[in-house]
Design a protein around this ligand. Structure first.
Ligand code: C2E
Ligand code: MG
Ligand code: MG
Length: 733
């Protein structure tokens, strides 16, 4: 409530001048308002503070200088105070914001006192400009805030450092683990690892290193890696290696090293240079593995892929690679090059008669003999079977090539000893020259092959250079081969019969069935031409089978009209003789034809028996058991001995026509033929002389007691109609 302002009497303050002086001189601003908030007075300090003159401000509401921060204005505020509300105005010091005339705010400390003059209530406000204090406070606050910020920053920095440290700890732990792992790897690696210092002195090696090299640790530490030097590389190799390391800080490659025991071994080596943070070289680390096994495997694979496992000569693939390479070389240097195709004569005989093991042995001998005729730079390859090829480079003169071909032929003509027997083979050689006979692999080899066929045709044991006209002959041969495949289906084969005549009665006692090929274009093709072809292509089986069937059926048919039955002989090829179902085939043909077994005869050659004599005897015995007769064809040309002949259950000997051809009195052939007849008679064998063309031959044979004759003297092989006519004609005589 408003209190009366009273001063002690007698005091200077009761003097109104004193009051006025106070007002005027007061540093703080003093403003007096009435109970409605209307400014009634102010002192000069207030004028100065707010920028208003006394005249401007007296009568204005106090809100002008002190805009109420509250919603209600000063009037309402004062009213509530006067009504005794809870609003406290007097006796408190408050901070408020004043508003200067220029519109700028000013922080003030306000204390209000209340006084009454003549029952009118006034309020005096003393305002103290606290701009400086506020500023200081603000500065303090800012200073405080700065401090806080710095603290915060320091805290953050500390946190960062902690995180960094934790990270570092983790990294170091990992590094330690890595090191532990590396140590483990180092110790247990299967690769040899060595570490040297910058001067290449070995400072550490692992177990694998010791195992592979065979050295003890003590021997190695302090040594130079050179300790493993194998001596298999030139100085330049190591120089190149180290200059690579110097340049690129690493080298990888294959190198031959030597174990302590002196054994050299191939290894795959990696060398790495190790540098510190300043890029100074500190160490070298070498890692290598023993690749002997891999190398050996690679070599085995290469051998398999490129070499013939039997003769160890290059195979077809390597031959091709080398020839293509030589052709390119010769082409660049504009020089000639020779390719030889070598085919063995009579090799098939050896294989068929002495067996594959003997054949294999012979091929090895042949390979070595060809090699012995050549220079180291020439290539001999085996293309397969009995086909060999030779590449001669750097030889220009045909005479020199011919000389080499001759020496190969001579070398191969020397007998070879197989299974204790002397075996005679020979070779036919065809030669193709680069670039005249072919500028590429295919043409050159094809033409050398053609020349080889030509030399075979020319009588074997010779060589031929390729000539353009040879092409035509080969085309004919190829045509024949493809035609032969279809001859059986097209019914182009015929059987002809050559009579066997009794030397006493001149009657036909039997005949040999011989095959003929009636070619639609080439006419009659002789067996000498197509039987080797049929053997090669495997067609010989079905072909001979067809002959047997036809001949048996034909003979049986004739025999039904004849008083004295005829016996028929059919030839067997080596392949057919070895076939597993030979006995059944013969039996089948006998059954279907109705021919009596003792009227059937099988002709074989000696060479067919030699491969496996026991098996041959078994087959022959089984044939004999059926009642079928067995003839030894072309007798005298093979390997037979008397002993051999005695073991075989044969019934007939056919003396080969080569002995008959040159029969003259007192010739060696005369002695042989006489001996064969005598021997056959003593063994109770039938004897047939083949190829009898002349009377004197007949007379000779007759004189020596040969009972049966086959030859042009009496009759050539005849077609079925002519043959039976011939039989009848003789019967009627
Ligand atoms: P080979 O079994 O020794 O047959 C006898 C060959 O001598 C026949 O030749 C025949 O025509 C011929 N010849 C007969 N008399 C004379 C003569 O007085 N002078 C001359 N220079 N030759 C005469 P061909 O028919 O050319 O048969 C040749 C070979 O072909 C036969 O010799 C035989 O080994 C084989 N051959 C023939 N037909 C067949 C067959 O059906 N199967 C089998 N596997 N081989 C057969
Ligand atoms: Mg015959
Ligand atoms: Mg014969």
């Amino acid at each position: 409530m408003a209190q009366d302002a009273s001063f002690k009497s007698g005091s200077i303050v009761n003097d109104s001048r004193c009051l006025a002086a106070l007002m005027i001189s007061a540093v703080d601003s003093i403003i007096i308002i009435d109970s409605c908030g209307i400014i009634q007075g102010m002192n000069p300090a207030a004028e100065k503070l707010f920028g208003y003159s006394m005249e401007e401000i007296i009568g204005q509401n106090i809100s002008k200088l002190m805009p109420s921060p509250h919603r209600e204005n000063h009037d309402g505020y004062l009213a509530r105070y006067l009504q005794g509300g809870d609003t406290q105005i007097v006796g408190v010091i408050r901070e408020i914001e004043g508003l200067k005339k220029d519109g700028s705010p000013v922080p003030l400390e306000l204390s209000v006192s209340e006084f009454k003059i003549d029952d009118t209530i006034y309020f005096a406000g003393i305002l103290h400009d606290i701009t400086n204090r506020k500023k200081t406070e603000l500065e303090l606050l800012h200073a405080h805030e700065g401090l806080e910020k710095r603290v915060q920053e320091r805290t953050q920095a500390l946190q960062q450092t902690t995180i960094q440290l934790q990270k570092e700890i983790q990294e170091r732990t990992e590094a330690v683990n890595e090191l532990k792992l590396a140590a483990k790897v180092f110790e247990n690696a299967s690769e040899a690892i060595l570490i040297t210092d910058a001067n290449t002195t070995i400072i550490e090696v692992n177990n694998a290193y010791l195992q592979i090299t065979g050295y003890e640790r003590e021997e190695i530490i302090g040594a130079n890696p050179r300790i493993l030097k194998s001596g298999q590389h030139e100085k330049a190799f190591y120089q190149k290696l180290w200059s690579h390391v110097e340049k690129f800080d690493e080298w990888t490659g294959e190198i031959w090293d030597r174990r302590k025991n002196g054994q050299a071994f191939p290894s795959r080596l990696t060398i790495n240079a190790v540098r510190d943070n300043d890029d100074n070289l500190t160490n070298y680390v070498g890692i290598f593995s023993d690749i002997s096994e891999i190398k050996a495997g690679e070599q085995r694979l290469e051998k398999l892929a490129y070499y013939d496992p039997l003769t160890h000569l290059p195979n077809r693939l390597l031959f091709k690679e080398r020839l293509v390479h030589e052709i390119n070389k010769a082409d660049r240097s504009k020089i000639r090059l020779a390719v030889m195709f070598i085919d063995l004569d009579r090799f098939k005989n050896v294989n068929d008669t002495l067996g594959h093991a003997a054949g294999d042995k012979l091929l090895i001998i042949v390979g070595k003999r060809i090699l012995s005729c050549l220079r180291r730079s020439d290539t001999v390859a085996r293309l397969g079977g009995d086909e060999f090829t030779v590449i001669l480079n750097g030889i220009d003169r045909e005479e020199d090539i011919a000389h080499i071909a001759e020496s190969i032929i001579n070398a191969l003509q020397r007998p070879a000893i197989l299974s204790g027997q002397e075996v005679f083979i020979g070779a036919s050689i065809g030669i193709g020259l680069f670039p005249t006979d072919g500028e590429d692999f295919d043409t050159l080899t094809k033409n050398a092959d053609i020349a080889m066929y030509q030399s075979k045709k020319a009588g074997r044991g010779v060589f031929r250079f390729f000539k353009e006209e040879m092409n035509a002959w080969t085309t004919h041969q190829l045509q024949l081969e493809s035609n032969l495949q279809r001859a059986l289906e097209r019914d182009e084969f015929r059987v002809v019969y050559q009579p066997k005549i009794c030397i006493v009665s001149h009657q036909v006692v039997g005949m040999e069935a011989l095959i003929r090929w009636q070619h639609p274009e080439h006419g009659l093709v002789s067996p000498g031409e197509f039987i080797p072809l049929a053997e090669e292509t495997g067609l010989i089986g079905p072909m001979s089978d067809w002959v047997m069937k036809t001949a048996f059926a034909q003979t049986h048919k004739w025999n039904q009209t004849l008083e004295t039955p005829l016996s028929v002989a059919v030839n067997l090829s080596a392949r057919q003789f070895q076939s597993a179902n030979l006995i059944e085939t013969i039996q089948d043909h006998l059954n279907t034809s109705g021919l009596l077994p003792h009227l059937a005869e099988i002709e074989l050659t000696e060479s067919m028996m030699i491969a496996d004599l026991d098996a041959a005897i078994e087959t022959l015995t089984n044939i004999r058991k059926m009642g079928v007769k067995l003839a030894m064809d072309d007798f005298g040309t093979g390997y037979s001995s008397l002993n051999f002949l005695k073991k075989l259950p044969i019934t007939t000997l056919k003396i080969d026509q080569s002995f008959i051809r040159d029969l003259k009195f007192n010739s060696p052939d005369e002695t042989i033929v006489a001996a064969i007849i005598a021997m056959a008679t003593s063994l109770k064998l039938d004897v047939v002389a083949e190829g009898v063309e002349k009377l004197e031959q007949l007379n000779f044979l007759s004189q020596h007691g040969c009972p049966t004759i086959q030859g042009y003297y009496f009759s050539p092989p005849l077609g079925p109609d002519k043959f039976i006519e011939e039989v009848q004609r003789r019967l009627e005589r």
